[in-house]
Design a protein around this ligand. Structure first.
Ligand SMILES: O=C(O)[C@H](O)[C@@H](O)[C@H](O)[C@H](O)COP(=O)(O)O
Length: 302
């Protein structure tokens, strides 16, 4: 595996400290270590191919664990390029070994367009992934595209509440939010996740599980999105960052308290209440992580 953990880095203070001979530990080093320790596991990959292979294995393993434990696997997908990475799951051995009939599929965010519209996240996932595996169509829960965006958000939350009642989706004891077995996210170049954009009011939504926006900075403007508490209540959160246009945001996420205490990026707000977080980062998107640790590239050795 080409990954490396934040935790491992945090356990190597002398390596970071060693860069500054004779100096006391700086605040920035303490912040970096604190954030790394709090931010879960970081896996960095040489290529998108390597990332896709590891992501497929990660998803397949979680599916196996939850199907064994709960009899179901509840997974929330997102839009963007992440869906093209799911292609590995459509191939051997996973097309045969994954128990697709136990999957229940949701979306962390969706654009308020028809299901056949080119902007639809449902269409993207259906065409690129779901139509190639044996997930039951009755287990694929997309938003109702006949409603206004506000109604669609409320109706999606209602649906999730029904499935929480029968525990097809688990519930978090500590937050009372749905506890998806896996939430898959991709970070945009501005640090957004799902349809939660920087400085947007929706980032502060703490009552509703599913909220809506009508002014997305990226088209189309109307979208529904899980709120931060729902994302953080998941058993597992995986965030993908790929491409050099994500490198600056990735750097900010890793040192969020050190660099941007008052304006955290949406991706910086990912902090599982009980679950696990794994970052799948393509090397290009990790370009600046070494500079956080004092230009010492060995700190993010592959
Ligand atoms: O519907 C959306 O816009 C997404 O859910 C969004 O969060 C996406 O995953 C990122 O913006 C990355 O998208 P790209 O890979 O297209 O940049």
């Amino acid at each position: 595996m080409a990954g490396k953990e934040f935790g491992v880095l945090a356990d190597s203070p002398e390596r970071i400290k060693g860069r500054r001979d004779g100096e006391d530990e700086h605040q920035w080093v303490r912040d970096l270590k604190k954030n790394m320790a709090a931010s879960g596991e970081l896996r960095i990959f040489e290529s998108l191919e390597d990332l896709a292979i590891d992501l497929a294995e990660y998803v397949a393993q979680l599916s196996e664990v939850f199907v064994k434990e709960r009899g179901f696997f509840s997974i929330a997908l997102t839009g963007g390029s992440l869906i093209s990475l799911m292609r590995k799951l459509c191939e051997a051995p996973y097309n045969k070994t994954v128990d697709w009939t136990k999957w229940y599929v949701f979306w962390t965010d969706e654009r308020a367009v028809g299901k056949t519209h080119v902007d639809s996240n449902y269409k993207l996932a259906k065409d690129g992934f779901l139509s190639k595996v044996s997930v039951l169509s009755s287990h694929i829960h997309s938003i109702n595209d006949n409603l206004t965006v506000e109604e669609a958000a409320a109706s999606y939350e209602f649906l999730i509440r029904q499935l929480v009642k029968v525990r097809i989706i688990d519930v978090s004891e500590s937050t009372d939010c749905p506890k998806f077995d896996l939430i898959l996210l991709e970070m945009g170049s501005d640090g957004h996740i799902a349809s939660l954009f920087p400085h947007h009011q929706a980032l502060k939504q703490s009552e509703e599980w599913v909220t809506f926006i009508t002014d997305s900075p990226e088209p189309p403007p109307e979208r529904i999105t899980f709120s931060i508490p729902v994302i953080n209540s998941a058993s597992n959160i995986a965030v993908v960052a790929m491409g050099d246009d994500r490198a600056a945001a990735m750097q900010l996420v890793v040192c969020r308290n050190a660099v941007a205490p008052d304006a955290p990026l949406p991706a910086s707000l990912i902090s599982p209440t009980e679950g696990n977080l794994v970052w799948f980062v393509e090397r290009e998107a990790a370009t600046f992580l070494g500079t956080i640790a004092g230009d010492d590239q060995s700190l993010i050795e592959m």
